[in-house]
Design a protein around this ligand. Sequence first.
Ligand code: ADP
Ligand code: MG
Length: 410
Amino acid sequence: MADLDSILRETFGFSGFRSVQRDVIDRVMAGAHSLAVMPTGAGKSLCYQIPALARPGTGLVISPLIALMHDQVRAAEAAGIKAATLTSADADWAATQDRFRAGDLDLLYVAPERASGDGFQAMLEATPLSLIAIDEAHCVSEWGHDFRPDYRLLRPMLDRFADVPRIALTATADRHTREDILAHLGIPDEGLIVAGFDRPNIRYIVQPRAGLPKQIKALTDEQPGAGIVYTTSRAAAEKLSAQIAATGRSARAYHAGLPAEERAANQAAFVASEDMVMCATIAFGMGIDKPDVRFVAHAGIPKSIEAYYQETGRAGRDGDPAEAHLFWGAEDFSRARRRIEEEVEPERRAGERTRLNALGGLVETATCRRAILLRHFGESPPERCGNCDNCLDPPKAVDATETARKFLSA
Ligand code: ADP
Ligand code: MG
């Protein structure tokens, strides 16, 4: 059998597997179906890349976005892996199909609507498949935040190749979404593998807004290091960056309304900087590789607990202490509630309401923030983390109950 450790070392240049990577890979190697839930940046790709190299045949990878597929193929080829895409943006279809039929591909990336097509499935019969990876698998769930109906069409294809181990991957899955993925993709319950979501070096701090500019100024005056402030509008991003810059701290803005060159320049400056504050809409952050972001602040509520986790997760990737601040107002929730009732399709409203309520639970709690976050992702954390505002400085109401309890038990 192929030596997984030597593939890891020689092809990828890594010295060891991270968290649950090895557990996931072992299941795929054994031919079993799995769902890997691992935080962003945890290394999900490796979980199918290594078994695709170690098992005979080509690994089929289903991915929702062409840009994402092309990034993956570039990275794979740089590591010496034979990979290609078949997308509407590719001109070399015939050559790729020939390579596939000749067994000259380790990995073939396609979109879900392609994978479910008859002609494509017939082509797949030509060569043994090592595995079928379904990336961003939360797209299969209507409950999730990113439902894509095309993911629902995959099941007949998966069942046509029922002996091929399938591996679904996602970073963002609450229990409900997870159950949906298992059911829709035909993965047994015991195939679920969840990596630890805890980011112990991030300190979570949640406060009501009370004069946001002053609060942000206090934060940026006192916090060294690069930071991101997420605003809820483009105008707010620009205004805030000007305000911070006026205090003498380097600051820039980033949002989808800026010209592409300015966005790219601001992003590059941020990545290179050790103390810049980037004031941005959530258009900023995906795919940015900056390990030493020291703080992330939200000037208004994020879309969901998943979004909060993902956005705050951009802080402290180097493992050094980092802070996540959330400034919220009751009006954030009333606005979000109104948006759900007025703009969301009726059949998706219940899910959105539940997501919003979960976020409400996180901001309003007097108990450990981290415990709430981790329970949301299906973990069973200790009751107190010691590194969030409520653990470090328990709110008075909790103090009172604890005092009362001590009193009663004395
Ligand atoms: P995800 O899809 O989970 O967000 P990726 O698969 O894109 O994450 O991997 C994130 C980064 O981690 C990549 O740069 C990858 O090369 C790196 N990585 C993955 N596994 C390991 C490992 N075992 N050791 C070191 N780096 C790793
Ligand atoms: Mg990924």
